[in-house]
Ligand binder design. Structure first.
Ligand code: NAP
Length: 312
């Protein structure tokens, strides 16, 4: 007998879709695998995984017949992919369907930060507009110089959107890409020196940990703004906090943090930071597309067909 195990915080709609497709077992987090009866553990051949809690090799090994982990999300850094490879476990993700939403949030956060929209809204709400007059002048958004760290699927969508704001687009990737008249930098320090806004769109995981390093942050100009929609791990968060607190950079707009959702409380005291609760792909439409792609991968596995979006 084979069975599917669903792990993670799913919406009611997603749960209904998974139930009717696979009649699976459900767990809140990977660590709960250890509490499953051994007979159930050995029935599991596929896991539908969602979330950022670590899915490590020890937990995979409690499922001796596991052959597929279908991740809900494009970033699969919570899954120990090296161990999955060693065990011959296939991993799939949900690329592309979320590009628009994540790029929209990145651009929205940057515009909100540059034009001080949150502070200006507070100015009006608190009665200061009525009593003290106009909000202070802020900064022009269109026509700025932006650097994208990681010109992958999402990075390119962000660049396309900012190009329509007449921005001068610079980027880092490990190799240069075919682009319009965008400027390639082969290292992130050179990129940081060249721009007003640095938007991080890298993959997460061990290879990119603190890729936006203390040195990269120090290379930014004093008015520069960092945007991060990738993972909290990709930026040296301590170095960024110190730069924000000391006014060495202009601000940050962040959808992702280390240790989410228990983020460093120093962020709450910084008025030059826009905080979003990791909601880049969080629209009804996109989450439905992600859930459908996750289910399509499991269906393909169950039928012995080619996986739709494999990562290994
Ligand atoms: P992608 O197409 O694979 O692009 C990833 C980029 O990272 C590429 O530019 C790639 O460079 C670069 N990269 C990969 N490994 C690297 C390394 N070792 N050193 C330096 N650069 C490296 O991925 P995507 O679909 O755009 O997604 C990017 C990430 O966004 C995801 O992995 C996820 O963590 C995050 N994300 C966040 C949200 C959210 O809600 N905030 C939602 C979805 C995704 P090359 O071009 O040189 O290969």
């Amino acid at each position: 007998m084979t069975a599917t195990l669903v792990i993670g915080p799913y919406s009611d709609i997603d749960v209904a879709g998974l139930k009717s497709a696979f009649d699976p077992f459900f767990l809140d987090k990977p660590a709960d695998i250890s509490g499953l009866e051994q007979t159930i553990q050995s029935q599991i051949t596929a896991v539908a995984f969602k979330g950022h809690a670590s899915f490590d090799g020890g937990l995979m090994d409690m499922l001796p017949n596991l052959k597929l982990i279908a991740n809900y999300g494009v970033g699969y850094d919570a899954i120990n992919i090296t161990h999955a490879n060693e065990r011959g476990i296939k991993v799939t993700n949900t690329p592309d369907v979320l590009n628009d939403d994540v790029a929209d949030i990145a651009v929205g956060m940057l515009l909100m930060q540059v034009r001080e929209m949150s502070q200006a809204s507070e100015w009006a709400r608190s009665g200061r507009w009525k009593n003290q007059g106009e909000y202070r002048l802020n900064r022009k958004f269109s026509g700025g110089r932006v650097g994208i760290v990681g010109l992958g699927r999402i990075g390119r969508e962000i660049a396309n959107r900012l190009a329509s704001f007449k921005m001068d687009i610079h980027y880092f990737a490990r190799t240069s890409k075919p682009t319009p008249d965008w400027t390639y930098h082969d290292n992130p320090v050179a990129l940081a020196k060249a721009v007003d806004y640095l938007v991080v769109a890298l993959v997460g995981g061990p290879d990119t940990t603190k890729f936006v390093s203390r040195e990269v942050i120090a290379a930014l100009n004093p008015n520069a703004i960092i945007v991060n929609i990738s993972r909290g791990s990709t930026i040296d968060e301590e170095a960024m906090l110190e730069a924000l607190e000391a006014g060495k950079i202009g601000g940050a707009a962040l959808d992702v943090f280390q240790n989410e959702p228990n983020i460093d409380p120093r962020f709450y005291d910084l008025h030059n930071v826009v905080i979003q609760p990791h909601q880049g792909s969080g629209t009804v439409e996109t989450r439905a597309d992600m859930a459908a792609l996750q289910r399509d991968n499991i269906h393909a596995f169950v039928r012995g067909e080619k996986l739709v979006t494999p990562v290994n």
